[in-house]
Design a protein around this ligand. Structure first.
Ligand SMILES: O=P(O)(O)OC[C@H]1O[C@@H](O)[C@H](O)[C@@H](O)[C@@H]1O
Length: 315
């Protein structure tokens, strides 16, 4: 699809009635942005279909993006919501995905903007009902040749980003369009912006088992809320709702559909220092990755099968 600026339609009118504020959507420079009449906004880069900004109605950014993040397609974005597919991390022992780079190719591929649907405010509803849904597509047909060689399966995926005045929903449908089965993992690698990591608690993971990636991938049991006091990299299997609090107040609520795992990641000092695209170096104090996904095992999609999963983040 060729990028072209959409003419924004901020006001729509019905004869005899005052104009109603409408959702304002623009598609230019390889990104799509949308602003609701109530003021909430999002920005999605076609590279990786990465959500790079989500602001509340007061203009406060809800996602963390590194000051050194590459936004030119040369590297996966360090921040926002990169997508992990078809492998989480690397899987040297998994023949189908062993050749793929860390976290697969979805976050490094150019997605196509498939279009928008918005539920506009009308004279009979209020402007606070207006929302927008943006669809992005990726398929084996549009992958670069190198990636096709590394992962020779036939698939199509539609990623839907929905902004409402209450929150942000990101959901995927992955279809096996080929004639042989494939295994996959999927995850929304969400970088949440917070003010002070030392005041953050994550609840909803109490009594969950987790794999501790910074302690030899040992399986452990969580007791109480999760707090972050050093490098943290854990894969939980838990109930569908997670709450992030800061200083005792809820700052995010994450609900998951068909995404049984939650990865909690914070690089802390040394790991942040080792990442060239992580700036400022003490930025780990202002972010926490709470990543909804299906990554502890493999989802096998038989020919003709589809997988569907989504998260909804509110605050
Ligand atoms: O540096 P990357 O490839 O974006 O990955 C960042 C982190 O992503 C997390 O999801 C992984 O659990 C971590 O192990 C990893 O370090």
């Amino acid at each position: 699809m060729v990028d072209r600026p959409n003419k924004p339609s901020a006001l729509a009118s019905t004869p005899g009635l005052p104009p109603q504020p409408q959702v304002n959507i623009s598609h230019a420079n390889s990104r799509v942005s949308a602003v609701l009449p109530t003021g909430e906004s999002i920005e999605v880069l076609l590279f990786g279909a990465t959500v790079t900004s989500w602001k509340d109605r007061a203009g406060n950014e809800k996602l963390w993006v590194s000051d050194a993040a590459k936004l030119d397609g040369s590297k996966a974005v360090r921040g926002g919501i990169p997508l992990v597919f078809p492998v989480f991390g690397t899987a040297p022992d998994h023949a189908q995905t062993s050749k793929l780079p860390q976290h697969g190719f979805a976050r490094n591929s150019k997605w196509e903007f498939l279009g928008k649907s918005s539920s506009e405010s009308t004279p009979s509803t209020s402007q606070s009902d207006a929302s927008v849904k943006l669809d992005f597509g990726l398929s084996s047909a549009t992958l670069d040749e190198k990636t096709k060689e590394l992962w020779p399966y036939t698939f199509s995926a539609i990623y839907t980003v929905t902004l409402t005045p209450d929150g942000l929903r990101t959901g995927i449908v992955i279809n096996n369009d080929g004639d042989k089965p494939f295994d996959c993992q999927f995850l929304c690698h969400t970088y949440l912006r917070i003010n002070d990591i030392t005041k953050v608690e994550i609840t909803g993971l109490e009594n969950s088992k987790y794999i501790d990636k910074v302690d030899g991938a040992k399986t452990k049991s969580q007791s109480g809320a999760v707090t972050i006091t050093g490098e943290t990299d854990r894969v939980y299997t838990s109930e569908p709702t997670i709450v992030v609090t800061e200083g005792g107040s809820t700052v995010f609520k994450i609900e998951r559909d068909n995404l049984e795992n939650v990865v909690v990641w914070n690089p802390w000092t040394e790991k942040a220092a080792s990442m060239g695209d992580f700036e400022p170096k003490d930025g780990f104090k202002n972010m926490i990755c709470v990543e909804a996904g299906s990554v502890a095992g493999w989802t096998t999609l038989e020919a003709g099968d589809a997988y569907e999963g989504a998260q909804t983040i509110s605050y």
